[in-house]
Design a protein around this ligand. Structure first.
Ligand code: ZN
Length: 290
């Protein structure tokens, strides 16, 4: 019998992420701006090749691996398959891999959460996994259609409300107090949300919606309502750093030849996820340098 080690758990968890990722890929690829995101009719249909229309067999539906073994081509008509599916599967698997740190986070931070029953930790971890999945769907829809579905923004607001109810306070642990922060957790979320909204409203108004869409503004408000103040500061700072860095790199290497605005939703998602997983580490590095 194989011993159930930490490593085997990590592998099982990551493969589970790959399977979830393939579901997220179906949701994100079948979404249209006129329909509902989770419409059963759209999600439940069987997958087929976009080109030859062949209904895919079970062996063509293994996340990531089918794509690799088929050399990135449809096994019926041999047309090149879009990178969309393996990309979203890989991103989700990576998210799940790093999400294992959340278990550590809630254990190590036990003294900050001592007022919570243990089951609440698991509910909170589930909540952050759903949050990550929402962000992944949102990012891939934004990349595909340059829009952010209101349903996802609303969903993120609801997650914020539930996290408040479950007693989550901040991902920044003992760094939460580096900036004046209201004691009332509800006020923290409200302040984070208003700050996120106003912070993105400015570039939206200045660029007249060309650099940043109103969807990004609404998303920032929702992220502020989940992460709260001051976590949202770290998230937005990281998003703008990464967005700026990406802008510079794409200018230097000229790979954004279409000269279209880069969608900002994925950067907001990345900023939020980095704050969630590594907020404390980033701040401790920053203060170590100081
Ligand atoms: Zn085909």
């Amino acid at each position: 019998m194989i011993p159930f080690t930490v490593l085997s758990f990590k592998i099982i968890w990551t493969v589970f992420g790959l399977i979830i990722g393939s579901f997220l890929g179906v949701v994100a690829s079948r979404y249209t701006s006129s329909g509902s995101l989770f419409s059963l009719k759209k999600i439940s249909g069987r997958s087929s090749c976009n080109d030859c229309g062949h209904v895919l067999k079970p062996q063509n539906l293994i996340p990531l691996f089918s794509f690799i073994f088929q050399g990135g081509r449809c096994s019926f008509c041999h047309i090149k398959l879009p990178l969309f599916y393996p990309a979203i599967e890989l991103v989700t698997a990576t998210f799940f891999y790093f999400s294992l740190d959340l278990f550590n986070f809630y254990n190590l931070s036990y003294k900050y959460f001592y007022h919570l029953p243990v089951n609440t930790f698991y509910l909170l971890i589930l909540l952050w996994l759903i949050f990550g999945c929402f962000l992944i769907i949102m990012s891939f829809i934004d990349l595909r259609l340059r829009l952010i579905p209101d349903e996802l923004v609303l969903g993120i607001f609801i997650l914020g409300g539930i996290s408040l109810f479950l007693g989550h306070t901040s991902f920044l642990g003992y760094y939460t107090g580096i900036i004046p922060t209201p004691n009332d957790p509800a006020l923290r979320l409200l302040l984070g949300s208003v700050f996120g909204y106003l912070f993105l409203l400015a570039p939206y108004l200045i660029t007249k919606g060309r650099g940043m869409g109103y969807g990004d503004v609404k998303l920032a408000a929702a992220l502020g309502f989940v992460l709260g103040w001051p976590d949202i500061l770290i998230a937005l700072f990281t998003s703008f750093m990464l967005g700026g860095l990406f802008g510079i790199i794409s200018l230097v290497f000229k790979f954004n030849r279409l000269k279209t605005a880069i969608p900002f939703g994925p950067f907001l998602a990345l900023g939020a996820i980095i704050t969630m997983f590594w907020g404390i580490k980033l701040l401790s590095q920053y203060f170590a340098i100081l």
